[in-house]
Design a protein around this ligand. Structure first.
Ligand SMILES: NC(=O)c1ccc[n+]([C@@H]2O[C@H](COP(=O)([O-])OP(=O)(O)OC[C@H]3O[C@@H](n4cnc5c(N)ncnc54)[C@H](O)[C@@H]3O)[C@@H](O)[C@H]2O)c1
Length: 328
């Protein structure tokens, strides 16, 4: 079985991808420092997969720890790099922590992959790389405008680090950056889902925790956007579909003849929904009423996903990755 390192594999998207990798016949190896995840996720994975998932509780920005992992694992076919800090608002408060963690982890991983000859890399990028788009919908050919937050900047820089290393430096690495829109949902087994530490920065875990009485009423950040109900529009994609897209990306990398290869894909559904619509949908599906209030716009949020016709939509240039993945 081909070994795939899954950095951030105990996190929300990483844990769902571990399941899909296993089902596709790979051996996933989780690397996570549990900064934003619980060790109990590994138990959930074991119950889904039917056996223990190999895991390393290390910081993947730590060169010595990553060196010893690569040295002890032998042949590694590739890596899916989820490990990062991901809260837009927090990144505005703590920019240098975000730059250090997100850039160092990518640099250390790529360095080890090149030295140990691990040829395939799938990178978790984000639609935040488009900054405040002038034209919607965004496609992979849309310009990369100045990032609206330190978090978005880390994704732009990591993408450029990969592109320069591969396309300009011609180093033997095949990589794909997947620019996700907004992943939501949980594995149908309910053994894993979205369980961030502390106050959730994403909408759906805040909704579920607020409904369960664990959090105060939901604050919607702004209702003066140019959208049908004034709240931000986002392109929500089911996390299992997104996880499957990573396996497709790996398979695409394995088909490449050139040793140096780099590409990018948007991963979304192309369907935008407002924050208020998401709240109403939860209420309808569960019968649990939610309490919410309107607050000011949040620093770092992209205000521009607000075009009435296309707002928040991801129209992938090549949507095969997203449309073939129909699980969840
Ligand atoms: N969830 C989203 O809305 C979204 C959207 C676009 C892109 N992304 C990107 O996808 C990736 C995964 O997101 P997620 O929602 O699963 O986040 P998550 O916080 O649930 O998972 C990230 C995991 O990485 C781990 N981690 C962080 N830094 C680490 C380090 N230095 N060493 C080892 N482990 C480390 C955390 O403990 C966590 O388990 C991130 O790179 C994120 O930026 C997420």
């Amino acid at each position: 079985m081909k070994k795939i390192i899954v950095t951030g594999g105990a996190g929300f998207i990483g844990s769902h991808t571990v399941v899909e990798l296993h089902e596709a016949g790979y051996e996933p190896i989780v690397v996570d420092n549990f900064h934003n995840s619980e060790k109990s996720v590994l138990e959930g994975l074991k119950r889904i997969i039917g056996k223990e998932v190999k895991s390393y509780a290390i910081d993947c920005a730590d060169p010595a720890a990553m060196e010893s992992l690569f040295a002890s694992e032998g042949e590694i076919s590739g890596a899916i790099h989820f490990a990062a800090y991901k809260a837009v608002g927090e990144s505005v408060e703590k920019p240098l922590e975000y730059f250090r963690n997100n850039l160092d982890s990518t640099l250390v991983l790529m360095d080890a992959m090149l030295r140990y000859g691990a040829p395939h890399l799938v990178f978790s990028s984000s639609c935040t790389v488009y900054g405040q788009p002038e034209k919607l919908p965004v496609t992979e050919t849309s310009p990369i405008l100045p990032a609206q937050s330190p978090y978005g900047a880390t994704k732009q820089i990591c993408e450029e680090m990969m592109r320069q290393t591969i396309e300009i430096g011609r180093k033997p690495l095949r990589a794909i950056a997947l620019r996700y829109f907004n992943p939501v949902g949980a594995h149908p087994s309910a053994e894993i889902g979205e369980l961030p530490r502390g106050v959730p920065s994403n909408l759906i875990p805040f909704i579920t925790q607020s409904a369960a009485g664990l959090r105060p009423p939901i604050t919607i950040f702004g209702n003066d956007y140019n959208t049908p109900d004034g709240t931000c529009i986002r392109d929500f994609i089911h996390v299992v579909d997104l996880a499957k897209a990573h396996v497709k990306a790996l398979e695409l990398l394995e088909k490449q003849a050139e040793p140096a290869f780099y590409d990018i894909f948007n991963i979304g559904t192309g369907q935008g929904n407002t924050v208020l619509e998401a709240i109403k949908a939860f209420e309808e599906a569960t019968g649990v009423p939610l309490q919410y209030k309107i607050g000011p716009r949040r620093a770092g949020d992209v205000a521009g996903l607000e075009n009435r016709t296309y707002a928040g939509r991801c129209h992938a240039r090549r949507v095969a990755l997203a449309t073939e993945a129909d699980g969840g």
